[in-house]
Design a binder for this molecule. Structure first.
Ligand SMILES: [Zn+2]
Length: 646
């Protein structure tokens, strides 16, 4: 049988039955997990919102209705019409409007997307009725983001490729379901350890990976051959599969230990879909390009090239929280908020018709942060729960957050008033933004803490913060409102962008410097460290994790003298006289009580629990404690263990 004959014809037939004749249906295509329907009278369909809703509910898939290509207005006329329909204060320019003929859609970038959509979608419908193009409205981040620009350009430029790719994925997904008899999971990385997270799920005829990361620690030469011995990559060779057997890769969030190995799959011939949330796609691009640059700068050999990263981006299928998506004929994926970083998600998988339900937490925050709501605890069903255990040990109890904030601010104030500079090395994504919110809240809104010292932002932090402003709907309500009302705390006047020479910042008066490079393992933060370390008036504050072998950990443990490469590459001896303080209060991970509380609040309760993403003793202790407390089977599998569920 050819591919077309094997497609699920039921769906197409049902659409033909349900679509009113007036719409003048011309074609139906499976497009990735969605169904695209082409009609001659697209205005008719969009004027009655119940049409799409009803068909969508009936076929249990997202339905995209588009205009038959012949009906589209020519682009020049359509552009004029669109500009005349959209209110001026929506912040749309002609350059921000791009036509994508492959998909009969028009991308409209707006400062205020709400005004392009209109009340109840009225403005959108007007655009559709008058031009037959389907608008896709994109928010312009309030801060410049080269990553977002790059990805939006890529999507339009490669739309012919995307169309072919999505159609072939769609054909595969929409084959009539074959009922599977067995289901198993194999731990390929990140079990009883932190790093290289990777879980393989298999049935008789589907194979998917959840996350596929690397361990970038301890050296930044993470892609070096020596690093292989440091357990840097998942055990893809340990599972009896080849890369092209995989049906899909599902990502939880954009940290390197969850995504860092994905471009490698593409380098070696994978050409299937990668699912993630829209912010995860942008943050993944940022992390991967940046990491590759860092590896090269520090003399390592990248494991893959920029073209492999680009190839990965072209194969990504973004999904929002709550959208139920068929990723194979028998597996349905739904993302839920994980509260960890922007776009981070827990994964709910419904396998077979009621055969089995799995929840994978990725990294999880079930507690207060200024950025996000805490992780979701409601799922349709949880037969097995895979949960992270980073801080799962019995003594992993987080510090009082509010008291900690005050302590940190007092320390910064004292240092600055004594004429010193405060250097805070940060991972660019997550904690950097959390800290920006804390600094803004105290320094801009609390007279006690208003200081005569600028807060400099240097390195990747700026770009990461910009991506946050493009996705206000993923942020906590109060923060969302501030960004939507042009009062974004990320752009507060207390922040200054480090432009030009770092030496100028170093030579000027007191300042707070947020620099990317969390563990002082090369990068921006190390440059500042070299310039500031010798002066006892200065201070270094660690707000995040330093891995065991990192330079950051040695400084944290009281290193007083060292040698680092100078400008000419030669090692120069240096003294560390600056104050060193650790304030680990902004964690995007749950502490032990929060992990316990997460499991307690799950509805419905999890029937089996498997711990992962934590040191061996923590995974082990957490599993044992959860098992006793909730009277469920709970275990901490090792890498290469397989678990049979059915
Ligand atoms: Zn993470």
């Amino acid at each position: 049988m050819d591919g077309d004959a094997r497609e699920n014809r039921d769906i197409k037939e049902r659409i033909r039955e349900l679509m009113p004749n007036e719409a003048e249906l011309s074609n139906i295509e499976f497009e990735g997990p969605d169904v695209a329907v082409y009609v001659k009278n697209v205005g008719f369909v969009y004027n009655d919102e119940s049409i799409i809703k009803n068909i969508s509910a009936s076929i249990k898939k997202r339905l995209i209705v588009r205009s038959d290509e012949k009906q589209l207005s020519d682009e020049e006329t359509a552009l004029k019409k669109i500009m005349s329909i959209i209110p001026a204060d929506a912040g749309v320019t002609e350059e921000g409007i791009r036509f994508d003929k492959e998909f009969s859609q028009v991308y409209i970038e707006a400062m205020k997307p709400g005004l392009v959509i209109g009340k109840g979608g009225v403005t959108l419908i007007k655009i559709i009725s008058e031009t037959n193009w389907i608008p896709k409205v994109l928010r312009i981040p309030t801060m410049n983001s080269d990553v977002i620009k790059g990805i939006r350009n890529l999507v339009v430029k490669e739309s012919e490729f995307r169309k072919k790719f999505l159609t072939s994925v769609g054909k595969k997904i929409n084959q009539p379901m074959v009922k599977s008899e067995w289901l198993k999971a194999t731990a390929l990385g990140g079990f009883r350890e932190v790093g290289r997270s990777c879980l393989l799920l298999e049935t008789n005829h589907s194979k998917i990976l959840i996350d596929c990361g690397i361990s970038p620690e301890p050296g930044i030469k993470g892609f070096d051959t020596t690093a292989t011995e440091n357990k840097a990559f998942p055990y893809l060779d340990g599972a009896n599969i080849t890369i092209n057997d995989l049906d899909a890769v599902v990502l939880t969030h954009a940290h390197m230990d969850h995504i860092g190995f994905v471009p490698y799959l593409f380098k070696f011939g994978y050409n299937g879909p990668v699912y993630c949330t829209p912010p995860s796609r942008d943050l993944a691009a940022l992390s991967l390009y940046d990491y590759n640059k860092l590896v090269m700068r520090t003399g390592g050999t990248p494991l893959y090239g920029e073209k492999d990263i680009k190839n990965m981006l072209m194969h990504m299928i973004p999904r929002d929280y709550g959208e139920v998506t068929n990723i194979t004929d028998e597996i349905k994926l739904t993302y839920h908020n994980a509260g960890h970083i922007l776009g981070s998600a827990t994964v709910h998988l419904h396998i077979g018709e009621g055969l089995y339900n799995i929840v994978h937490t990725g990294d999880l925050k079930y507690g207060f942060t200024r950025l996000f709501d805490q992780a979701d605890t409601k799922y349709p069903r949880i037969d097995a729960l895979f949960m992270e255990s980073t801080y799962g040990g019995p003594r992993d109890i987080g510090h009082d957050r509010q008291g900690g904030e005050v302590e940190l601010m007092d320390f910064i104030k004292r240092t600055v008033e004594n004429g010193g500079k405060v250097l805070i090395p940060l991972f660019a994504i997550g904690r950097a933004q959390e800290l920006q919110l804390v600094l803004e809240s105290y320094m801009a809104n609390n007279k006690l803490y208003s200081m005569e010292a600028p807060v400099f932002l240097d390195g990747m932090i700026l770009e990461a913060s910009a991506i946050h402003t493009a996705y206000p709907e993923y942020l906590k309500m109060g923060l969302r409102h501030r960004i939507l009302n042009n009062n974004s705390p990320f752009e507060s006047e207390i922040f200054e962008i480090a432009k030009g020479e770092r030496s100028e910042i170093v030579e000027k008066g007191p300042a707070v410097i947020l620099a990317s490079g969390g563990m002082l393992n090369g990068g921006t933060s190390l440059e500042y460290f070299k310039a500031l370390a010798a002066d006892p008036k200065n201070a270094l504050v660690f707000v995040g994790y330093n891995s065991a072998g990192s330079f950051g950990r040695r400084v944290q443990n009281g290193l007083k003298e060292t040698a680092l490469p100078g400008e000419d590459g030669r090692m120069e001896p240096m003294k560390i006289e600056m104050q060193v303080k650790t304030m680990d209060i902004f964690s995007g991970h749950s502490d032990r009580p929060q992990l316990m509380s997460f499991v307690e609040h799950l509805r419905p309760a999890a029937k089996k629990i498997y711990t992962m993403h934590g040191e061996e003793s923590k995974c082990d202790d957490l599993a044992r404690t959860l098992g006793n407390r909730f009277r469920v089977e709970a275990r901490s599998p090792m890498d290469l263990d397989s678990i049979r569920f059915k």
